[in-house]
Design a protein around this ligand. Structure first.
Ligand code: ZN
Length: 334
């Protein structure tokens, strides 16, 4: 029997609908890594040994049991200190359960059994499936995954523990805080999306934003097919279809060559969705993993991935491909 897992992002209707009852621009909704964009903290170092970038199904053990124990003890002290500084709080630091789910440490204020279950069903599953197809290296540091039980807890603890106000209601990855910070009430989809980012950072540090976000957002609605992680159509589709109808979607040459600032600050609001459904298309044609491998191997000659994309598609005319892809996307259903 195939065990079916389905991770999704639960988006409150109030967030999806603007005053006029239209969908808000697709880029404005997701949980993300925008704090890193502001801080410019993400590394762009490239691993010297090309062999280490090829897909080998090994995983270097970076940290020992003792390292994790030390890390967890440090966390307990930090939680206690930060929460006791909040005089308005009648809650104690005991409300947090800590589960080591390598290479991460999962911390949550839901009942311990629920935190344990999320660590197993979502974190462990996503890590093993992403490694199966894409990544060989774990993140370079022990990263914390904070699962706050609801919006109030997420807002309050993000301020207390990280001294910041989240810019997204769902969650985000902060390489500066070495943490994924989530409002888990919005569903496990964003968590899988965010797990992609530290793995991409460790395995393909020079990855352009379109693929980093394309793959992350592909898996914010995912499950298992044939034993592999598989992205399904999701809420980003209607906004993209509208943008295609309105001829607002840029050429793939433009999308793939966008740097972080262009990708994240661009106001057309189609970058995430276009990237996602390009990855979705590659997945459905059975060439997404091959494309990723080719791109990683040739990243020096082709830093945007555009040439690797043409090669894997067997396509010389990318304008013709865009028309074909747009037809394909218009026929998709959520
Ligand atoms: Zn993202």
């Amino acid at each position: 029997m195939t065990k079916l897992k389905l991770f999704t992002l639960v988006i409150p209707l109030a967030v999806l609908l603007s005053h006029s009852g239209q969908y808000v621009p697709v880029d404005n909704v997701p949980g993300d890594i925008h704090d890193d964009v502001q801080e410019g903290a993400r590394s762009t170092r490239v691993t010297g040994d090309p062999q280490t970038n090829s897909l080998r199904y090994i995983s270097a053990v970076r940290f020992t049991e003792a390292d994790f124990t030390r890390h967890v003890n440090g966390l307990k002290v930090r939680i206690k200190k930060k929460l006791s500084s909040d005089e308005s709080s009648d809650q104690s630091s005991d409300q947090f359960s800590i589960v080591v789910q390598k290479p991460f440490v999962v911390i949550g204020d839901e009942p311990e059994s629920v935190v344990q279950q999320r660590a197993e069903d979502t974190v462990k599953w996503a890590v093993s499936k992403l490694k199966q197809d894409f990544f060989t290296k774990d993140p370079e540091e022990i990263l914390d995954i904070w699962l706050f039980k609801d919006e109030a807890s997420y807002e309050k603890h993000t301020l207390l523990l990280f001294n910041e106000k989240p810019t997204t209601p769902y969650g985000y990855y902060s390489s500066a805080h070495k943490a994924l910070i989530m409002n888990i009430a919005t569903g496990g989809g964003t968590l899988v999306h965010e797990i992609v980012h530290p793995f991409m950072e460790a395995n393909f540090p020079a990855c352009p934003p379109w693929l980093n976000e394309g793959l992350g957002s592909l898996y914010e609605q995912c499950g298992e097919e044939g034993g592999h992680i598989h992205g399904f159509t999701n809420w980003r589709l209607p906004g993209l279809q509208r943008a295609i109808r309105e001829k607002r979607v840029p050429p793939f040459k433009t999308l793939t060559s966008m740097n972080r600032s262009a990708f994240y600050n661009d106001d057309r609001g189609t970058n995430y969705a276009q990237s996602r459904y390009l990855c979705y298309y590659l997945q459905e044609k059975g060439v997404l993993v091959k494309f990723y491998q080719d791109f990683v191997a040739r990243q020096k000659e082709d830093p945007s991935g555009f040439e690797s994309l043409k090669r894997v598609l067997g396509e010389r005319d990318m304008d013709a491909f865009k028309s074909e892809w747009e037809k394909y996307v218009m026929a998709l259903e959520q």
